[in-house]
Design a protein around this ligand. Sequence first.
Ligand code: ZN
Length: 295
Amino acid sequence: MFEPQRKYKTCIMCGRYDMTREHIFGKSFADYLDVQHHWKADQYTPTGEKHAKRSFKKGPSPITNIAPRVLCNKCNSERLSGTMNSSLPYLISCASGESFSLTPDAQQSLRRYFERVAMIIDVCTSAEQMQQSKRESAKHRHGPALISFDQRKAWLNEEIAPENLNIYLGFHKGVLGLNPDVNIRHTASFKNGGIQYGKRITMVIQRLAICLDINMSDFECPGETFYPLKEITNWPPNTDVSYDDYYALRNQDDITRRYRQVFSNTALVEEIEALSIPRGEVTFPIELEPFLSQA
Ligand SMILES: [Zn+2]
């Protein structure tokens, strides 16, 4: 999904032309994380209930250093620098598991940070500003972005939160073997007589587990240890995110089942794209076996 060479003509937030590269997670946070391993994508394309095709793709850099050319110079260096600077200390506290209380300022800074991350990933996994001829091979990028340009502009200029985006955070204490982990799941459901497409972005960055839901109103965040950001007043929350909880959310078994039911009579197939950086060798830890054997 992250193609460094993909060309965006205009800024995805404001429409200006002076495009610059921008770290999805912000350069300061990427520098703090200092991830050395290159990202690798597992791609599962289920071809039926029991059979799935699995393929791998290797990326050119650690996921934390991915910097698509989606923002203009003004947004990058002026308009969004306040958001990036003010959120950094809170992000580091969350990621390191340090205790702090989420004041209204901390809430607002973290909310703006994750809204920005979600909007960039949403655009990168859409067909926005993509030539028709390129769309054919871009399997995960056929549709428009789910958070519209107007919503992004209102977010930039008037600080209006996209109403179809929900942010959940959890405290991840254990070792999953994959960290950082980023997973993007495309979903679809029936809504008001039509199909509503959605995306769930799940991530683990050190102690911080994140779920960003776009257009997922029909599927509430099932993780019992993930909390809506606006309800978190103290970090870390009392209950940790367990391995089962995170993987249930990441692989969204309950959504998959409902999705299959909804689409059992149609030709639509589900698609999963997981981006992950294993520590050390490119092998999967034993705790992933149940997940891999399902695929
Ligand atoms: Zn801009």
